[in-house]
Design a protein around this ligand. Structure first.
Ligand code: FES
Length: 113
């Protein structure tokens, strides 16, 4: 049986099995982020801020997160697996993000290129 890890998030403490994608671990515990790509790494809406040490970011995250976001521990949780106990918060997103995502879909832009 794989070990599980504690995740502290917004005053709650939940458990997730080792290796589970963080987005799925949150969803499994009833915490749904307002994302539009269901974990495909495209919409940039699954932002969490690490209070505990943030994992290294992936190059593709730089398309959706600013250097300041990355420096302050913000990551896209669909990219990261739960590999230790951790603590995160869920930042409030700017309202324009939803429009940007839908505009790019209408125009057929691939957000990952
Ligand atoms: S869920 Fe869309 S980028 Fe993570």
């Amino acid at each position: 049986m794989s070990p599980s890890h504690k995740i502290k998030v917004e005053g709650r403490e939940i458990q997730a099995p080792d290796g589970m994608i963080l987005l799925r671990a949150l969803e499994k515990n009833g915490i749904y982020l307002d994302n539009y790509c269901d974990g495909q790494g495209v919409c940039g809406r699954c932002r969490v801020k690490f209070v505990s040490a943030a994992p290294e970011f992936y190059d593709k995250e730089t398309l959706r997160l600013s250097q300041n976001d990355l420096k302050t521990g913000i990551r896209l949780c669909c990219y990261h697996r739960v590999e230790s106990d951790l603590e995160i918060t869920i930042p409030v997103l700017p309202p324009g993000d939803r429009k940007k995502y839908f505009d790019s879909q209408i125009l057929g832009e691939d957000l990952l290129e």
